[in-house]
Design a protein around this ligand. Sequence first.
Ligand SMILES: Nc1ncnc2c1ncn2[C@@H]1O[C@H](COP(=O)(O)OP(=O)(O)O)[C@@H](O)[C@H]1O
Ligand SMILES: [Mg+2]
Length: 361
Amino acid sequence: MTGARRHTLDIDSVTHRYGAVTAVAGVSLAVRAGEIVALLGPSGCGKTTLLRVVAGFVRQRGGSVRIDDQPIDHLPANLRNVGIVFQSYALFPHLTVARNIAYGLEARGRARADVRQTVDRFLEVVRLTDLRDRLPRQLSGGQQQRVAVARALAVEPTVLLLDEPFSALDKGLRLDMQIEIKRLQRQLGLTAILVTHDQDEAMSVADRIAVMNHGRVEQFDTPINVYDHPATLFVSGFIGTTNLLRGRALESSHGTTLVELAAGARVTVRTDRVFDAGAPVTLSARPEQLSLHGEPAAERWRVRRRLAVPLGPNTMHDLETHDGSTLKLVEPRLGRPVETTAEAWCGLRPDACPGLFKEEP
Ligand SMILES: Nc1ncnc2c1ncn2[C@@H]1O[C@H](COP(=O)(O)OP(=O)(O)O)[C@@H](O)[C@H]1O
Ligand SMILES: [Mg+2]
């Protein structure tokens, strides 16, 4: 089976409450056939609840879920044909690797020869053929999780749901598993949702990332767009490192907004958004979007250098503005010695498109 069946998953205005707690607040996501979508967000933002709704373990209060355009809301979990892998591997401890993978097939009453063939195929897919007769306790964490993935895939689910499946693994193994999932996606044409609170995992594995906060999706876009063009202040701070500068919009015209920064400069920011004159705004600039200079000029504000450290090819500066905010700035070192003079002037790099938001941090 290579890319034999590909399925779409549509989550449409799904809402769920536990008592007074709204865990999922009107989430819509259209997952394309053969796509991996990461649900990324802080603990408690509703990721697991959303997956449980799709899997059928939780009956949502509102909205609907469709696979291949067919509503599945009326189906119990065991008839949805959705594969799920949790953080804890939940393998049957007294069954061998092969028997663990066979379990779901046998429960569906598949013929022995068919079970045998499918188990062999998925042992190969997750590269565990040599370990087929081991018990779970004789495997490493990463190997156990590969068995869990094979077990979920063996029944040929339409959609694979992964709920922080690698978070118990150490860094090296986690990377191996991330590559493994990418490979399986390509090989099998998997449609999958990967829940994670690890932005690097989301960036490296997913085709698109849905960034969740307080039960809502704040942005659903490619990893690069989420990083380069965060839709909200929350997204700009949650993905990557950023500096927040408070200010006031002076005027918006022709795709730029002039901002009076509390740090003490007027800067021109490229943005499609339009702001009312006088509106409080927050500028979100990544360390690589700022530039540092030895002398004052228009659109630069004065900073005090607290620390400058070489980081491989770059220098990272730790700066303080006159109104007491700290800034991180990264610039290529280009073989120069690291400048350490206390006084400097900071500006936006001319090519930078920092985020500008109406919200305040
Ligand atoms: N079974 C439950 N009963 C009551 N509240 C719950 C239950 N499960 C989750 N919650 C609450 O719903 C919110 C979302 O939880 P969850 O979906 O587990 O988030 P995440 O997976 O993003 O950490 C949290 O406030 C959590 O405390
Ligand atoms: Mg969770």
